[in-house]
Design a binder for this molecule. Structure first.
Ligand code: ZN
Length: 664
């Protein structure tokens, strides 16, 4: 049977790729990979060409088959795609674990590093080798046999209980409901929120309204319900999920799981020779040490505090906060997303965004009909620099049935030099879920949606404008977790710039750009309660860092850490029954353990990088070239701190973030 995923193509042949191709292709490629790696690990004196370059070929072959599978599963999902995709996942994860603990392969990398040819490798190549050695080490490859086995056991147990933590949160969220039959209890709720609650009831064959702890229902009620006791009841259920408190006390309790997760992470760190899990987590990150991260967060808290205190909210209860904030915001700024929408027809915004990128980085970007597409909503674009094509991307902007929600950038092809000497150009998938055009009229975006588009295109530019030629550090590959949001958050800044808004906005009927008065209102509302929000982020980040910075803690000791922190920095003191930590899935079930600070860390970098544009001109082509050359072009080929210094001429400063947040 011919399989398009096993043939070489410049771009994926979307029209001929079908779900039944996925499993055989992945099986065949993994088998080829295993056979090739067995030979690599045993070959004599390794060189760049015989080892990392060969590994890159194998990885790229896998990625060229897997990336269209994963993309199609997300954007044209069907039972057949889901089944094919899920069948591949365990095969890929087993292959990854096997590579990480392959001692023969690791030794070959060590020989390469110690060998005579190493000095003549370029900086990106050296970085690839040192990253590979680091990752082998962090997978436990060097440990004595018994400890290696223990490490693998811990990894397996952690993956089970972290997933159990998330399941408990989900189950606790779904198990609670409140049925309301008297509509007067819903006073204050807008029609859209009432419709949502009615729909939630109807889905369960219930008359009336059903309030749940799912985000849309929870947020709607907490923001709009005039009935204070309803808000209090809902708040209590929400902040005690998966704990020993509240209306479901003990039913889905994560207390023991949190203790075990922290204990296993600590043991894992110790096996690898680190004093704490926080130290281990920081090894591949831009931040250098635990004290540095703690200082960074405490400094932010100190600076944000005066701004947060400006709001007169001391008499409020926690369940009043969203409600009172909304009332205050409406009174103060008199602005809604609906007012702004007609100025942002999607085609106008997309075209304007591309013109802005062209101007900033000296590019030419145009649509092309030369690529196969998976859906008529998608468009393929090519990027040129001084007449030569350097990159391409697909943009699939609108929501539709069977398309995964959210917005993201993924790579389709990575930039790299091929064994025959030719260059493989980078290609990106940009996917959003904007409200689609209706009745032949263009889709009208909210300003939030415009910002999302810029954010994802910022990631896309990082992937596509790289000049690195080795895949493992090309584009966003090999970039530290706490620096990867720099180019995306950075590009969002143009959504708030008057001149840029003139390029990307145009009223759907009159073509008039966004009026100055409206922009001023938007800018004023942008920083509403930003001090409070910043302090909340800092509180979560400090909590995450502190509980991972020492030996394992009991559930009671975890609570003490949180209480101590809140006494120190929180403006709104939560009630004693609050068990926020029991549903903190980012750190107990996601990738953010001892890394939640990354959100703020990257925001400092992006704001500070943009401040150079504020100083030199938001469209200054020299500044644009410098950002391109020092950050976007470099990918993961050097440490993020080094690249930042090369662009900014100094270490990052928090001043710009505080100023942009209205706190300075
Ligand atoms: Zn992002």
């Amino acid at each position: 049977m011919s399989n398009p995923l096993l043939e070489a193509h410049v771009l994926p042949p979307f029209k001929s790729i079908a779900p039944e191709h996925a499993v055989p292709a992945v099986e065949a490629i993994l088998a080829e990979g295993r056979a090739a790696i067995a030979l690599l690990a045993e070959a004599g004196e390794p060189s760049w060409a015989s080892l990392p370059a060969r590994m890159e070929d194998l990885d790229d072959r896998l990625s060229q088959a897997w990336s269209p599978v994963s993309h199609l599963n997300a954007v044209v999902n069907s039972p057949a795609w889901r089944e094919a995709y899920n069948a591949c996942l365990p095969m890929l994860s087993a292959y990854g674990t096997e590579l990480g603990q392959n001692a023969g392969l690791c030794n070959a990398y060590k020989q390469l590093e110690a060998g005579s040819g190493f000095a003549s490798l370029n900086a990106a190549q050296k970085k690839v080798v040192s990253n590979a050695l680091r990752d082998f080490r962090l997978s436990g490859v060097d440990l004595p046999e018994a400890e290696k086995k223990r490490y693998a056991e811990i990894a397996e147990r952690l993956s089970t209980i972290c997933s159990k933590f998330a399941d408990n949160v989900l189950d606790a969220t779904q198990a609670w409901e409140k049925i309301i039959t008297d509509e007067s209890a819903l006073a204050g709720l807008p029609d859209s929120a009432r419709a949502l609650l009615r729909e939630l009831a109807r889905a369960k064959d219930i008359q009336g309204y059903r309030v749940t702890l799912d985000a849309p229902a929870y947020i709607a009620v907490m923001t709009h319900a005039d009935d204070r006791s309803l808000r209090q009841e809902l708040y209590t259920a929400f902040v005690t999920r998966a704990s020993e408190q509240g209306p479901q006390a003990g039913q889905f309790d994560n207390s023991a799981i949190m203790e075990e997760i922290l204990a296993l992470r600590f043991e894992q760190a110790q096996l690898l020779g680190y004093g704490s899990y926080a130290e281990l987590s920081l090894v591949p990150k831009m931040a250098e040490s635990v004290p540095q991260v703690l200082d960074f967060l405490l400094d932010l808290a100190r600076r944000a505090r005066p701004g947060a205190d400006k709001f007169d909210i001391s008499d409020f209860q926690p369940w009043d906060q969203a409600y009172a904030s909304e009332k205050l915001k409406e009174a103060k700024y008199a602005i809604s997303q609906e007012q702004v929408r007609p100025y942002f027809p999607a085609p106008r915004v997309i075209d304007g965004m591309l013109r802005i990128a062209e101007r900033l980085y000296g590019l030419e970007i145009r649509p092309s009909t030369t690529a196969e597409l998976w859906h008529s909503d998608a468009t393929y674009y090519e990027i040129f620099e001084q007449g030569s094509k350097i990159a391409a991307f697909y943009l699939d902007p609108y929501a539709r049935a069977n398309k995964r929600g959210g917005a993201w950038m993924a790579d389709c092809r990575v930039r790299r030099r091929l064994p025959d000497g030719s260059l493989q150009l980078p290609v990106a998938f940009l996917t959003c879920n904007f409200n689609p055009p209706v009745d032949g009229k263009p889709a009208l975006l909210t300003h939030g949606e415009v910002t999302t588009l810029f954010h994802e295109f910022g990631h896309g530019l990082h992937h596509m404008l790289t000049r690195v030629e080795v895949a493992a550090v090309s584009g966003i590959n090999g970039v530290s977790w706490d620096a990867v949001e720099l180019p995306s958050q950075f590009f969002e800044n143009w959504c708030w710039d008057k001149e840029a808004l003139g390029i990307m906005s145009g009223h759907v009927e009159t073509g008039e750009p966004l009026p100055e008065a409206l922009l001023q209102k938007m800018l004023a509302a942008r920083n509403f309660q930003s001090g409070l929000q910043l302090l909340r982020q800092v509180e979560f980040s400090l909590f995450d860092m502190k509980i991972h910075a020492g030996p394992a803690l009991s559930s009671a000791a975890i609570q003490v850490e949180l209480n101590t922190l809140r006494a120190q920095i929180a403006v709104l003191k939560p009630p004693a029954f609050n068990r926020f930590q029991h549903s903190f899935t980012h750190i107990f079930a996601g990738g953010y353990a001892a890394g939640y600070y990354s959100y703020k860390w990257a925001e400092v970098l992006s704001a500070d990088a943009f401040s150079r544009f504020e100083e030199e001109g938001v469209f200054n082509p020299d500044t644009g070239r410098s950002f391109r050359d020092n950050i976007l072009a470099q990918g993961g080929s050097a440490d993020a701190a080094e690249l930042f210094r090369a662009f900014r001429g100094r270490d990052p400063s928090v001043d710009a973030l505080l100023r942009h947040s209205g706190l300075k």
